[in-house]
Design a protein. Sequence first.
Length: 288
Amino acid sequence: MRPIIVTDSCADLYEDFYLQNDIPWVKLNYIEDGEIHNDDGTDQAIDAFYQRMRQGAAPSTSQVSMERFFELFQELLKSQRPIIYIGLSVGLSSTCASAHLAREKILEEDPKAAITIIDSVCVSGGLGLMIVHAVKMRDEGASYEEIVAWLQENNHKMNHFFTVSELTYLHRGGRISAASAVIGGMLDIRPLCYVDSGGFLQVISKERGKKRLFKALLSKIEENLENPKDTIMYISHGDCLADVETMKALILEKLPLKTIETGRIGSVIGSHVGPETMAIFFLGKPRL
């Protein structure tokens, strides 16, 4: 039967995409000034979110409960269709762990329930691209088993390269030292980062100024692409569209890509990376 593909809002896809493609999704939450907010993914909400961060807001995130997944899976199983949940990297979040617990609870009551939990080993647009590929397979008639096999085979090939302008946010997450954050800000040093095969964030290098940064990004893209003419690239950003357009032009001038799509980094991921973040995702060589 046609499988149900499920994800969460950290895929950073637009609400219209979820609705038009019959994808149930769990809206994760962020906390700001003691209030809990949904990561709803609308342009208006994202614009306001980054504006507040620029004015000093320091949002945080919380773990999604097992009960939310349990209730969702129970409701979806009424259709008697198999479920594939594709979630945020276990290396960065406990979201998949909550989904696993919900699955185990359901299997205790119904051992025949068909639910597969996929750790995408991805984040933001990387997770989003995995969803896009899975939806395409589903719509072309691929089976539940075929989609699961493809996801398990290709999740480590989804390359993630990104940069941030404010090193403070990476310091809060324990990714760099306080001294590095201060010095980086003074010297206009921007980190070039990636997500490794375990789903963890790593810093590749620190580049001074945007010109050197964009050149380093382009070099990493060239190094890790395999079939440019067949590659769909996704660039997501934390309210820095001008940088995205500059990077997009540099890539297209150098590489014959099939297409480059652009989108927004939502409030949950944005809480950890801040405004002016730019991230690039594509299927290519296996990640280190």
